[in-house]
Design a binder for this molecule. Sequence first.
Ligand code: PSU
Ligand code: MN
Length: 308
Amino acid sequence: MTTSMIQPQMTDEVAMAIAQGRPVVALESTIISHGMPWPRNAEVALAVEQAVRDEGAVPATIAVIDGICCAGLSPAQVERLGRDTDVVKAASRDLGACLVRGQTAGTTVSATMRIAALAGIDVFATGGVGGVHRGEGMDISADLTELSVTDVLVVCAGVKSILDIPRTLEMLETLRVPVVTYGANEFPAFYTPHSGIDAGERFDDPAQIAAARSANRRVGMTTGMLVANPIPAADALDAQEIGATIEASLAAAEAQGITGKDVTPFLLGRLNEVTDGTALAANIALVLNNARLAARIAVAGANPGVWA
Ligand code: PSU
Ligand code: MN
């Protein structure tokens, strides 16, 4: 890191943990500002922080508050992200403009990775990463490009089928981002553990995931790493049913001319509405599940000698 890069504003809890080399897990905030409805969004964000603490790591929810990059938020700041309607959605390329304008932003996976890296945090839990959208529109999330250049490990529940899962995995291969699946042979599809796609690399032990990451670093990889963690069977939705609902939501987005960064929030909002809370409940369950796995990987990685 060059000295001209900024240091995010950190809470004492996060700053102290980083200084002492204790495990820290970054958490994103677009899921709060644009991914879930108020007031569940703020409640869930605080519950996810607690899940990380319960596994022995320190949570650092990341956002831009009044033009300042923050790693670690107060409950009042989390509430503001969840409730205020003037909070913008920032990917990594939006950060500069947000800072200059003094805006408050929920950070996507790409922007959260960027700020986590600045803070010295290298494990991050989210729900789903962005990816290659369906259709021929070439709508490809900057989450993938950020993963290719920023060394932060991201735990997600796979790729939601609002996206083109096979193309997203192909793109990750092209970008040489290591992808591993935790405890399954099939790559998960967010609301369901089933995508019909082979998982590729499977690991059953968080410590092994930490070790694989360390080995990637030893061969000179400077990319991030994507860990796909299947939603627990008890919380999963019926693949066919949610698949049909997603198809209908995609058609609605197209009919209404939704484009650009509004596409993902529109689809998520619509899924949460039309499923009468079922999709939201599954989303919450998988985020908590991802937070716990990320914390276990961070704890394993913080053991002396595991990570270079
Ligand atoms: N997937 C979800 N919930 C979310 C997102 C993705 O299930 O809230 C958010 C994440 O912050 C992700 C972003 O980084 O959407 C991707 O947006 P886009 O497709 O515009 O790159
Ligand atoms: Mn896009």
